[in-house]
Write a protein that binds this ligand. Structure first.
Ligand code: SF4
Ligand code: SF4
Ligand code: SF4
Length: 279
């Protein structure tokens, strides 16, 4: 049977919040019996766009991570719910039963992704429904994916085997897989949010004038392991991305024409931009 999945490309998200607004437009003030009760206007973010800054100065990047309910295949929220108030549909969507979940505030803490929100006014635990009320009426996708102009959000209705091939081909991964919940939301380019980089700018002094060292060879060592090699661009810039935060001691080794080789050691805690490396 075909099931619903969501693919989120971190490299394409521009933090425009169209998805968030479409979700509000669909759910604030609207009751969908059997699916959801009205979402509060202020407070809850059924699709929550988180941000992460990496680096500094000229090599600073910001990545945005939209986080809705992951519609997990092994959902701890479902286990925590009393009276079977949370259930999983055959098409993969996880639904909080609006009536049975009334008063169960503890459900908010049962989700490791923080995807369940408490509605004080109605006394309900609520979350993203994958717009199941629309899909059941024949819609081909939920409201948030429909309005994402950059193509960062994509709903996929596929057999698990077919989805497995998409995951492999597009190199998709789960966010925080350590929770063991088997999410049905997959991320592309997640490293932009979860990993860090070492970048720098190499220059040489030619008769008192600083010039960019384009085409310099740069090697990244982690202990005795050669982690990667690259070449500086025309501005003398280089970058090694996808490194693990707090992963210890690295060394950058730079070779350029007849200039003396340079070695810089870095204790990697978070992304680093080494400005003006003068050979
Ligand atoms: Fe990102 Fe798309 Fe949402 Fe805009 S609509 S914030 S680009 S996911
Ligand atoms: Fe439940 Fe949270 Fe998984 Fe959604 S993301 S199914 S609320 S555990
Ligand atoms: Fe909101 Fe529907 Fe998108 Fe879920 S799928 S975040 S309920 S618009």
């Amino acid at each position: 049977m075909k099931k619903w999945n969501l693919i989120i490309d971190v490299a394409k998200c521009e933090d425009c919040n169209n998805c968030f607004l479409a979700c509000k437009d669909e759910h604030v003030g609207n009751d969908f019996p059997g699916y959801s009760t009205p979402q509060a206007r202020h407070g809850p973010r059924w699709i929550n766009i988180m941000r992460k800054e990496r680096g500094k100065g000229s090599l600073m990047e910001v990545a945005y991570l939209p986080v809705p309910c992951m519609h997990c295949d092994n959902p701890p929220c479902m286990k925590a719910a009393k009276n079977h108030a949370i259930y999983k549909r055959d098409d993969g969507i996880v639904i909080i039963d609006p009536q049975k979940a009334k008063g169960q505030r503890g459900l908010v803490d049962a989700c490791p992704y923080g995807a369940i929100w408490w509605n004080e006014e109605s006394g309900m635990a609520q979350k993203c429904t994958f717009c199941a009320h629309l899909l059941d009426k024949g819609w081909k996708e939920p409201r948030c994916t429909q309005v994402c102009a950059s193509g960062a959000l994509r709903a996929v209705h596929a057999e698990d085997a077919e989805m497995g091939r998409v995951i492999e081909t597009e190199n998709l991964e789960a966010y925080q897989p350590q929770h063991g919940t088997m999410p049905r939301v997959y991320y592309k380019n997640l490293y932009k949010y979860t990993s860090c980089f070492i970048a720098g700018s190499v220059a040489v002094d030619t008769n008192g004038t600083l010039e960019c060292a384009g085409g310099a060879q740069v090697r990244l060592m982690h202990g005795l392991e050669n982690v990667g090699e690259t070449e500086t661009d025309n501005y003398g810039d280089f970058k090694f991305d996808g490194l693990k935060e707090g992963s210890g001691l690295y060394a950058i080794e730079i070779t350029y024409k007849n200039y003396p080789d340079k070695r810089i050691e870095i204790n990697l805690i978070e992304s680093v931009n080494i400005d003006d490396i003068l050979l």
